[in-house]
Design a protein around this ligand. Structure first.
Ligand code: UFG
Length: 343
């Protein structure tokens, strides 16, 4: 019998590409679907440089029901699907809500429909700690109430979790939703990493682009939060730790270990770092002085959030291993590798 085949949607993206590498290194055959709306085709070669294997790739939009149906019909021997493909910029989602609902929600519906019709039973879904809003208690557990969404992006994650809940009840499909906290860093080879198009929205790419000289100054959004140093606190987690959790989730499904039709796990380290902590870690590991200024809060930002990781640690059997210094060093090495390529 050959290797088990896993479909990774969004497999050329940031978290997707790292997960493809981990899957291949665990002996899985990987097929990628990506429309390349926020990634490039070169990622495939870079994955192959790390693992020695070029993943099978098809470029199309999962919001296209006919293409998705046709693909799953041709690949009904898939053992499981990891569904990353989605838009993820909070600010953009406020300007183009329908774009987000169509892409993020329609794609999931098309995939589930295709799974149902072709007897594919295992799905891992990319969710987000954004579903918790500002939690009432920290660290936040998976049982915490879902708060009204602050953006269409966050709303699509909530809607998708609901779609999974009812679809897995009605049909023989198992799903695991992984709620990511703040994934950062890059592969230690610096061959794959985050490739933000245009001005980055997220903190870490903005830090590394500022240090490399591509941006003049980082704006720190608010230092008047009720936190130890006044800047907002998040649970940053190394992207390779996140990728490894997907392999564990796939194995849980393939080994028939799921206890519920839909299982939900937090993917975080359980440690909260402020924006200033992240800047300080960056300066320490890079030896660079970062140019930054304090500006008003960014609308829609929560004050602080970090994960209770016990359920993921004990039930899923996965634990984040890398600390913030390792995350910042990996992100910095990736930025330097990108800069070297541009010259
Ligand atoms: N920040 C700055 N300056 C910047 C960018 C960010 O100070 O230039 C601050 C933010 O205000 C926040 C922290 O750095 O306090 C982290 O911001 P990010 O944009 O990196 O991450 P968020 O926590 O806002 O967003 C992330 C994901 C979203 C997800 C959200 C909540 O990017 O997809 O978590 O789950 F919705």
């Amino acid at each position: 019998m050959g290797n088990k085949k896993i479909l990774v949607t969004g497999g050329t993206g940031f978290i997707g590409s790292h997960t493809v590498v981990e899957l291949q290194q665990h002996g899985y055959d990987v097929v990628i679907i990506d429309n390349l709306s926020n990634s490039t085709i070169e990622v495939l070669d870079n994955i192959a440089k790390i693992t020695g294997i070029v993943p099978v790739f098809e470029q199309f939009d999962l919001a296209d029901a006919d293409r998705t149906t046709d693909f799953l019909h041709r690949h009904s021997d898939i053992s499981g699907i990891i569904h990353f493909a989605a838009f993820k910029a909070v600010g953009e989602s406020m300007e183009k809500p329908l774009h987000y609902y169509r892409n993020n929600v329609q794609s999931l519906i098309n995939l589930l429909e295709g799974m149902k019709n072709n007897g594919i039973t295992n799905l891992v879904f990319s969710s987000s700690c954004t579903v918790y809003g500002q939690p009432d208690e920290l660290p936040v557990t998976e049982k915490a109430p879902i708060k009204p969404a602050w953006s269409p992006y966050g709303n699509t994650k909530q809607m998708c979790e609901d779609i999974l809940k009812f679809t897995t009840m009605a049909h023989p499909i198992h799903a695991i939703a992984l709620r990511y906290f703040n994934p950062i860093g890059a592969h230690h080879t610096s061959l794959i990493g985050e490739l933000p198009l245009g001005v980055p929205n997220n903190l870490v790419p903005f830090i590394t682009q500022t240090a490399i000289g591509q941006r003049s100054c980082l704006s720190v959004f608010g230092n008047d939060y009720n936190t130890p140093d006044g800047t907002a606190v998040r649970d940053y987690i190394h992207v390779v730790d996140i990728a490894k959790a997907h392999v564990v989730a796939v194995e849980r499904m393939l080994n028939g270990k799921c206890k519920l039709d839909l299982e939900i796990f937090n993917l975080g380290t359980g440690i909260g770092y402020s924006v200033m902590d992240v800047i300080n870690a960056f300066e320490k590991v890079s030896g660079e002085k970062l140019n930054y200024k304090i500006v008003p809060r960014r609308p829609g930002d929560v004050e602080m959030v970090w994960a209770d990781t016990r359920f993921a640690n004990e039930e899923l059997g996965w634990k984040a291993e890398k600390n913030v210094d390792e995350m910042m060093l990996a992100a910095w090495n990736w930025e330097k590798a990108l800069a070297a390529k541009k010259i």
